[in-house]
Design a protein around this ligand. Structure first.
Ligand code: PLP
Length: 113
């Protein structure tokens, strides 16, 4: 039996009609950058996680880079992370000039990417 690690096709079927409807509305509105939908998303997210501000990003990678930059992490810093993640985690750390590392005493000092 072949069980795929990720089955996006099955996952998307349950929300496909809703997504297509939203994309059609977006195309008709012509508001491709920011706009009311983005504002609504950020407001809903604020309520969901009980925070005052939220900024949506185009990708998870950019979200991670923004977080690292907001924390002032850059060249010469080491960021401890898990090897059990998508490669974008270490990629984001490298992008700001820092070094992705793993917990001391757990084998390899630095992750190799
Ligand atoms: C844990 C984790 N971090 C970051 C990313 C990167 O997200 P994106 O592909 O939207 O840049 C992913 C993508 O799957 C992820 O699984």
């Amino acid at each position: 039996m072949n069980i795929p690690l990720v089955d996006l096709y099955q996952q998307i079927q349950t929300i496909k009609a809703s997504i297509l409807n939203s994309v059609e509305q977006l195309l008709d509105s012509g508001a491709f950058i920011m706009g009311q939908d983005v504002l609504k998303l950020e407001e809903n997210f604020c309520r969901l996680v009980s925070v005052e501000y939220a900024i949506s990003c185009n990708s998870g990678t950019d979200a991670l880079v923004l977080i690292l930059e907001a924390l002032g992490i850059g060249v010469g810093d080491e960021v401890i992370t898990t090897p059990f993640t998508f490669f974008a985690t270490a990629e984001s750390i490298s992008k700001v000039g820092a070094i992705p590392g793993k917990e001391k005493g757990s084998g390899l000092r630095y992750l190799k990417y």
